[in-house]
Design a protein around this ligand. Sequence first.
Ligand SMILES: [Zn+2]
Length: 208
Amino acid sequence: MIIFGTRGVRSTKATGNFDCPQCEADRGYRHRKVTQFFTLYFIPLIPLGNKGEYVECNHCKGTFITRVLDSSKSTDKEAFMAMYEQAIRHVMVKIMLADGVIDNNEKVAVLAIINKYGHNDMSSFQLDDYIKEVQADRSDISTYLKHVGPALNEHGKELLIKCALDVAYSDGHFDESERKMILDMGTIMEMSSAHIKGIMAEFVEQLN
Ligand SMILES: [Zn+2]
């Protein structure tokens, strides 16, 4: 059997110093590029095209859109929020909306998780506005993760998996469908199943 597929391969385009929006300080960065490759037996052989680019802070490990390097950038905090923080907000709200009802307890739990893992505190009013925004976006979590995955590094992906675990465990039990959803999330972001299971094991250990 011939095993072939595609995979994103990361390379460094440039390095330097920038004003990190998350550290709010001058930090070293790596400008990373993700190239989609055709793989044969898991070996990247043929480059298929550019899958995305991001700027990674060497200190906080946050990843940002490349415009963050533009010295004349605006002071719009949302635009330069770390990609993983934006992804956490989006995915948490999508998970909450999945069953079609939003109750207040869920909102409180989701807000607590967003603010536990994020660097920018969100108020419950901001969450209400954000829920409307996410409701208007018809795409599902898989489509979103396929799009945002290449802009996340290992640190960002791990945080996103931890948040999903936190939501899944928040009602006191963890069932097979939740386990499958989280494994799928990791697979879409091109994480190995060993890696995802490792994060799960570590999370459970911290609960006990
Ligand atoms: Zn930083």
